[in-house]
Design a protein around this ligand. Structure first.
Ligand SMILES: Nc1ncnc2c1ncn2[C@@H]1O[C@H](COP(=O)(O)OP(=O)(O)O)[C@@H](O)[C@H]1O
Ligand SMILES: [Mg+2]
Length: 212
């Protein structure tokens, strides 16, 4: 599949003009420099800020309007964490005043159902995980769910995973407490957090390419 430039222009509020096309040619060259042909991208997902394409069977690229994610992912690239997606490259492209942020990441597999269920506690009616990261204790949550959803040990294992990530965020002054079921994926037997959109972190010195 060829990357759908026209649809991307619409998504990122860019007009279909020769100037914009020229801008995309610069982006294509930037990818060629990395030996990546954007001819073979396959779309994996789309949200309100951007979209994610598979580059090949090992890498994906996320295009997003959300600059907060670019800066946070630049930190993750510099300081990798075993439970956060491996970041291979980050850069931003300026189409005049419009900025598109590019994040190249390792391609992961879907998480198993049980983890989806766990993380789902975050964004359905209970909203447990986000308060856990900010205020409540795991004992409170475990007490509530012990008889209903999981054995306490199984929950503890998942909260240990969350604690390690929360510690990493604290260490690097990243503010992010919005963990959703569809943002946990899997690599072999390990669960991995993707998508740090709408985070806050210290600004990084990232590459900006002027498309025009
Ligand atoms: N590293 C990855 N490996 C495999 N699939 C991914 C990866 N990152 C994102 N995806 C797929 O793309 C979807 C959207 O990505 P995400 O980063 O969550 O974007 P959004 O900010 O739109 O929610 C994910 O739900 C997942 O299906
Ligand atoms: Mg997401």
């Amino acid at each position: 599949m060829k990357i759908p430039i026209k649809r991307l222009n619409k998504k990122f509020s860019l007009p279909n003009t020769p100037k914009v096309q020229q801008g995309w040619d610069r982006v294509i060259n930037r990818f060629n420099d990395m030996n990546i042909s954007i001819e073979s991208f396959i779309k994996l997902g789309e949200g309100c800020y951007g979209c994610v394409y598979a580059i090949n069977d090992r890498q994906v690229v996320k295009l997003t309007k959300d600059s907060s994610e670019l800066h946070t992912m630049a930190i993750v690239m510099k300081y990798p964490h075993p439970s956060i997606v491996k970041v291979i490259d980050v850069f931003a492209v300026k189409f005049g005043r419009n900025v598109i942020n590019f994040i190249i990441e390792e391609k992961l597999d879907n998480a198993d159902y049980e983890w989806k269920l766990f993380a789902n506690l975050a964004n359905e009616d209970t909203n447990w995980i986000t308060p856990y990261l900010v205020s409540t204790t795991r004992d409170n949550i475990i007490k509530y769910y012990k008889d209903n959803v999981y054995a306490a040990e199984r929950l503890n294992e998942k909260f240990d995973w969350l604690d390690a990530i929360a510690h990493y965020f604290q260490l690097h002054k990243i503010k992010f407490a919005d963990i959703h079921f569809d943002n946990i994926m899997k690599k072999k037997d390990k669960h991995i957090l993707i998508d740090l959109g709408c985070s806050r972190s210290p600004k990084q010195n990232v590459e900006y390419l002027n498309a025009y």
